[in-house]
Design a protein around this ligand. Structure first.
Ligand code: PEP
Ligand code: MN
Length: 368
C-alpha cells in the first residue's frame, strides 16, 4: 500500500529531549478544579509533556456523560497558564476545531469513532485548512489500516504536516483481557508504510484497566513507538468516564519510572556485529522454513492426486487430530507457545487443503 504523506518530525512541535513523548490527563474535563489540580500534579512529576482532556466525548450510548463542552476550554487555558503544559483535546466537528483553536489548544486529536468516518474526517480537515497545529489521528475503531491512512492523508492534504498517529487498539468480536485488541501488526504495517510518521501508543484505551498498563506501555516502547498518551485523573474512582483505566498522577509517575527506554539503534560496533550475525542466522532459518513448507505442499499435492484417483474425501478428521496433538506436544516440549503452534498448524492445514482441492478438481490426464 502506498501513501502520500508529507510529515514533519515530532521534534518540530514538541521538545521531549531524548525521552518518549508523554501526553497525560483525564479522560474527560469534569470540573475546573479537577482539570487544574490534575494538571499541577502531572506537571510536578516532570515526566509529562502535554496535558490531555476530553471536552466533547463521543459516547456509545446517549445519556452517558457527553463532555462538559466549550466551558472546559477555559479550564484548559487556565491549566496551561499555571503549569506551562501545552494542551490537547479531541475534535469531532468543524465547530470543535474552531472553538479549540480559538481557545489556544495546542494539539488536536481525532478520535477512533471519527477516524472510522471519512465524512467526519473530511469536515475536520476542511476546518484545518491553512492552520498550523499538530494533529494526532487515532486508529479507527475497526481494524482497517486503509481507513487510518486515509484519515491521515485527508488531514495532511489540508496542509497539516505536524502529524502523528495514535494506536489505541481495535474493537474485536472475540472478548479478551483487553478493552480494545492491540493488533500490533496493524500499527507495525503503518510504521512500515510510513516510517517517518510518529506513532504514539494509547495503553489506556487498549487495556481498559489499570493493571495491564505497564505491560502495554513497555511493549509499545519496545516496538519503537515514539510516545504514550495515558489517562490520568486526580481521583480515578470517581471519574465520570473511563474510571477503571485512569491512574492518579503519582501512580503514572511510578509506572513511567519503571519503564525501560531502549534505543532503536546502538552505536557499539561489537554489538552491531553480533546482531548482524544473529540476523543472518534468522534469515537462513526463515529461508529454510519457507523451502520446507514448499516441500510439504508438494507432498500434500501428491496426496491430493492419490485421493482424487481413489475417490476419497480431502478432509480426514482423525488424521488431522493426530497431527495437531503430536505437533503441539513437540512444540510445547521446545518451549513454543501452544496458541502459536495451533494457529500455525491451522494455517498450514488450510493451505494444504486449498492445494489438494485444486488438484482434486483438476481432471486427470485420462479424463481430459
Ligand atoms: C479518549 O481518548 O478519551 C477517547 C474517547 O478515545 P478513543 O477515541 O480512542 O475511543
Ligand atoms: Mn477515555
Amino acid at each position: 500500500m502506498k501513501h502520500s504523506l508529507d510529515i514533519l518530525p515530532l521534534s518540530s512541535w514538541i521538545d521531549t529531549g531524548d525521552k518518549p513523548l508523554v501526553i497525560a490527563g483525564p479522560c474527560s474535563a469534569e470540573t475546573e478544579e479537577q482539570v487544574v489540580s490534575t494538571a499541577h500534579l502531572l506537571a510536578n512529576t516532570g515526566k509529562v509533556h502535554v496535558l490531555r482532556a476530553g471536552i466533547w466525548k463521543p459516547r456509545t450510548r446517549p445519556g452517558e456523560f457527553e463532555g462538559i463542552g466549550s466551558v472546559g476550554l477555559e479550564w484548559l487555558k487556565r491549566a496551561k497558564a499555571e503549569t506551562g503544559l501545552p494542551t490537547a483535546t479531541e475534535v469531532a466537528t468543524a465547530k470543535h476545531v474552531e472553538e479549540a483553536l480559538a481557545a489556544g489548544v495546542d494539539v488536536l486529536w481525532i478520535g477512533a469513532r471519527s477516524t472510522a468516518n471519512p465524512f467526519t474526517v473530511q469536515e475536520i480537515a476542511d476546518a484545518l485548512q491553512g492552520v498550523d497545529v499538530p494533529v494526532i489521528v487515532k486508529n479507527p475503531v475497526n481494524p482497517d489500516l486503509s481507513l487510518w491512512i486515509g484519515a491521515l492523508e485527508r488531514v495532511n492534504r489540508a496542509g497539516i504536516k505536524k502529524l502523528a498517529a495514535i494506536h489505541r487498539g481495535f474493537s474485536s468480536f472475540e472478548k479478551t483481557a483487553f478493552r480494545n485488541e492491540p493488533m500490533w501488526d496493524i500499527a507495525i504495517q503503518l510504521k512500515t508504510i510510513a516510517p517517518e510518521l510518529p506513532i504514539i501508543n494509547d495503553p489506556s484505551h487498549i487495556c481498559g484497566n489499570r493493571e495491564l498498563l505497564p505491560y502495554i506501555s513497555q511493549k509499545a516502547l519496545d516496538m519503537d513507538m515514539q510516545g504514550l498518551i495515558i489517562e490520568s485523573h486526580i481521583d480515578p474512582a470517581v471519574a465520570w468516564t473511563d474510571a477503571k483505566q485512569q491512574l492518579t498522577p503519582g501512580a503514572l509517575a511510578d509506572m513511567l519510572s519503571n519503564i525501560a527506554v531502549r534505543q532503536a539503534e546502538s552505536n557499539n560496533p561489537a554489538f552491531e556485529d553480533k546482531l548482524s550475525e544473529l540476523r543472518q542466522n534468522i534469515d537462513k532459518l526463515d529461508n529454510d522454513i519457507i523451502k520446507m513448507i514448499g516441500d510439504r505442499m508438494k507432498i500434500a499435492e501428491k496426496i491430493g492426486e492419490y485421493k482424487r484417483d481413489n475417490n476419497v474425501t480431502i478432509l480426514q478428521v482423525n488424521r488431522w487430530d493426530e497431527i495437531v496433538q503430536k505437533r503441539v506436544q513437540l512444540a510445547k516440549a521446545l518451549n513454543i507457545g501452544e496458541d502459536f503452534a495451533v494457529k500455525y498448524l491451522e494455517l498450514l492445514h488450510n493451505e494444504s487443503i486449498r492445494k489438494q482441492n485444486e488438484v482434486m478438481n483438476s481432471k486427470t490426464i485420462a479424463e481430459a
